[in-house]
Design a protein. Structure first.
Length: 348
């Protein structure tokens, strides 16, 4: 394992550290409550209808069927979009995403000369939600997508919960994986106790909230910094210190979850898979691997990134000190490091 700790302001993560599973559970509960409170508060005020309709029109325009394609896979329809030319790169989106988030994440890779392919995972947008919505089955569907596109080998990155199926792709389809890049992976880490399951009431509230575009929009409009702290797991102080472009990126990530009703099944499935992530056979990964996280990620994905770095033979590890779950203030640096890694392994 090769490790890099990127310089930055000191962050005393150990003194106030929760277990990752407890942090995830607390974040989910606060987000659910926050969505309800914000929605209720805005619903009680006048003049919200026009703003809500405008936001939804913009959200639907961003995921218009003309912007993506669909293919048949062993598990049903898989949606994807492409951008750029060059060597292929599969960008797997995180929780609350879809092909649109994958393209948003990878614009710097397009600028660097890669052909980015961004699928929508199970339960997101126009992709199917099969009975077996496991990360393993999703990885196999990525292989089906490559077959349809005539691509033999590809580098793959997965952000947050998307790292689970990206890692399974590297395990199950090693001959087709040119490089593996788990980014802020919502994955297994040793010595982590199981998460407490949601109660029936919490599950019911979550299902209701995640099918309500209005409640989600209301939360973004009514308390954006709280949503950045809870849903994007990034301290509001980091957000306030970021430059205008990075603050705009954070807001775009939040707005990009709309329409949440078109992503609700995927969101709930991610809560199941990432809430109690299972150990994977990472020691069998043969592809060059670079795991990336941030020390102050409120989802504590640095633990999982370190596990990847310690388990995958020859893996590299980068842990930046600050930036939160969405690497605020680090976008150019992080993708610069990714492109440098790809060039070093000869995938350029």
């Amino acid at each position: 394992m090769s490790a890099i700790n990127a310089p930055g302001p000191a962050f005393d993560h150990r003194s106030a550290r929760l277990s990752a599973t407890e942090a995830l559970g607390a974040m989910r509960r606060r987000t659910i409550i926050g969505l309800g409170l914000a929605g209720g508060a805005l619903a009680a005020t006048g003049g919200v209808t026009v703003a809500f309709r405008r936001a939804m029109a913009e959200a639907r325009k961003a995921i218009a069927p003309s912007l993506s394609s669909v293919v048949a896979t062993r598990a049903g329809t898989l949606e994807y979009a492409e951008a750029g030319r060059g060597l292929p790169f599969l960008m797997v989106h995180g929780t609350g995403g879809g092909f649109d988030q994958g393209l948003r994440f990878s614009r710097r890779l397009v600028e660097a000369g890669y052909r980015v392919i961004a699928p929508s995972r199970f339960g997101y947008l126009r992709s199917a939600f099969p009975d077996d919505a496991s990360s393993e089955n999703q990885a196999d569907c990525f292989a089906d997508l490559l077959d349809r596109l005539g691509i033999d080998r590809i580098a793959i990155a997965g952000g947050s919960a998307g790292a689970l199926s990206a890692m399974q792709f590297a395990i199950r389809h090693s001959d087709r994986c040119a490089a593996l890049l788990p980014i802020v992976p919502a994955a297994y880490a040793p010595d982590r106790p199981p998460a407490r399951p949601w109660s029936a009431t919490q599950q019911s509230i979550a299902e209701t909230v995640l099918q309500s575009d209005f409640l989600f929009w209301a939360a973004i409009a009514g308390m954006p910094e709280t949503m950045i702290e809870t849903l994007l797991a990034t301290d509001r102080g980091i957000y306030r210190q970021a430059d205008a472009d990075e603050r705009a990126r954070a807001k775009a990530l939040l707005k990009g979850i709309l329409p949440v009703s078109a992503r609700s099944r995927g969101l709930l499935n991610d809560a199941r898979l990432a809430g109690n992530p299972q150990r994977m056979a990472l020691e069998t990964v043969s592809a060059p691997t670079l795991a990336i996280s941030l020390e102050d990620d409120r989802f504590l994905t640095a633990d999982a990134a370190r596990h990847v770095g310690a388990t995958v033979p020859g893996a590299r590890l980068i842990v930046y000190e600050t930036g939160g779950h969405v690497w605020l203030g680090r976008d150019a640096q992080m993708f610069g490091d990714i492109v440098a890694f790809l060039k070093e392994i000869g995938y350029a």
